[in-house]
Design a protein around this ligand. Structure first.
Ligand code: C2O
Ligand code: CU
Ligand code: CU
Length: 449
């Protein structure tokens, strides 16, 4: 059982500067929750903010009533007289002040995260700070000789712009304006910041021993993509050994020179600082950035230490879903376009509409979903983990392995994913995880029946 209150607070993020935030428990990121597989977590969320909220556990295998459907509002404790879309959604479950979210967590060990998911306002709410980590652990993972304790480091990476008064500079400060044409146009592609924050700290410096470390990377940025690399690269051996993905451990480790992460994607990677001489400063750089956004953080290799860890050649079992198992194939396009008099981001030519169900998978069925895009869109499905079957008509990419819940589509690229829709009946969403695209309509409902 946990109780988390979302409230306004001030944080010192830039030295000597006071930044107003919206934070779970008044902090950014929110408190990290650690759970064990199969042991349900009940989280009572209380909303002391001036606006409604909705909480979603990203990556959670969660019954629909606790999944944070975008109109399942938790109204502010101080009352709310503003309008909301839930009024037009007869199925919306609205609570006043608090809501108990039940997460069965009957799922593999993985790095999940929780964040706001209110219809049309996810971008500004998350930007103001409404995001936190939820780590699920299990016996299988605990039995592996991986780095742990202070050598296991979750890195929640975001970008923010600060206004002159120290506040987060979201292009539309009045969230009620985010639907006005012309205002949305100024950040149609998504909101980018010029300060990189890791766990809420700008470009931190972290001391490490010359041993293997487990970096649990999450791109929690609204819209920015990163290609993470080490500078200098280790003198011998790969920069990163990936051991896990969105949905937990891979079957076997994979080596990468760099790791590309779109919004909401996670990569669990081992970096061996033992390959560097003591005294080295290793910068985690972002090859897709320029100037201030080309650097993420630094590691200072401070001392030698004994290292008993290892990366087993076999990490876990990942049952491959086969094309022949699929009983349905569905196609969805993710493109920008006009809808009525507004420019928006559309799935299958439509903006998000709570009254429209885009897919009704039968519980237990395996389905193939084919996505095509115009530009970069990280596509996320609630409820299920999937496997990437193909990318651009070819084999999946180097970072597509294991169980995923978010897949990064490149411009003009087609991707096929395969999933088994099991667990719970009810309505869920899938959407682009560029938060501004999501707010501007690139989301749709699916219902497991
Ligand atoms: Cu991380 Cu539907 O969200
Ligand atoms: Cu999600
Ligand atoms: Cu998008």
């Amino acid at each position: 059982r946990y109780e988390i209150t979302a409230r306004e607070a001030a944080a010192e993020i830039l030295p000597g500067v006071r930044t107003p935030i919206w934070g779970y428990e008044g902090i950014f990121p929110g408190p990290t929750i650690e759970s064990r597989r199969g042991r349900p977590a009940i989280v009572r969320h209380r909303n002391d903010l001036p606006v409604p909220t909705v909480v979603h556990l990203h990556g959670g295998h969660t019954p629909p009533e606790s999944d944070g459907y975008p109109t399942d509002l938790v109204l502010p404790t101080r009352g709310w007289s503003g309008g909301h879309h839930s009024m037009h959604d007869p199925a919306a479950a609205i609570t006043e002040g608090t809501r108990d979210y039940t997460f069965p967590l009957d799922q593999r060990a993985a790095l999940l995260w929780y964040h706001d998911h209110r219809m049309d306002f996810t971008g500004p709410a998350v930007y103001r700070g409404l995001a936190g980590l939820h780590i699920v652990r299990d016996d299988e993972e605990d039995a592996l000789p991986l780095p742990r304790g202070e050598r296991e480091i979750p890195l929640l990476i975001t970008d923010r712009t600060f206004a002159a008064d120290g506040s987060f500079d979201y292009p539309s400060l009045d969230p009620s304006l985010t639907r006005v044409p012309g205002v949305t146009d100024s950040y149609l592609a998504g909101v980018l910041g010029d300060v990189i924050l890791v766990n809420g700290v700008p470009w931190p410096v972290h001391e490490v021993s010359a041993t293997r470390h487990r970096l649990r990377l999450l791109n929690a940025s609204n819209a920015r993509r990163y290609e993470l690399a080490l500078d200098p690269p280790p003198p011998n051996g790969p920069a990163f050994v990936q051991i896990g993905s969105d949905g937990g451990l891979l079957e076997s480790p994979r080596e990468h020179g760099s790791i590309t992460l779109a919004s909401a994607e996670r990569v669990d990677a081992i970096v061996d600082f033992g390959r560097y001489p003591v005294g080295t400063e290793v910068t985690l750089v972002n090859r897709l950035g320029a100037g201030s956004t080309a650097q993420v953080m630094r590691f200072r290799v401070a001392r030698r230490e004994r290292d008993d860890t290892a990366i087993p050649a076999r990490l876990s079992e990942v049952e491959p879903l086969r094309r022949e198992q699929a009983v349905v194939t569905r196609d969805f396009s993710f493109r920008s376009g006009r809808h009525g008099d507004r420019h928006g981001w559309l799935i299958g030519g439509r903006p998000f509409d709570t009254g429209y169900v885009a897919a009704r998978p039968r519980l237990g069925d395996v389905e193939i979903w084919r996505f095509v895009t115009d530009l970069h869109h990280p596509i996320h499905l609630h409820l299920v983990n999937f496997q990437v079957l193909s990318r651009g008509g070819r084999a999946p990419g180097p970072l597509d392995g294991g169980w995923k819940d978010t897949v990064d589509l490149g411009p003009g690229e087609a991707v096929e994913v395969i999933a088994r829709f099991d667990g719970y009946r009810g309505r869920y969403v899938f959407h682009c995880h560029n938060a501004e695209h999501e707010d501007m309509g690139m989301m749709a409902t699916f219902e497991t029946v």
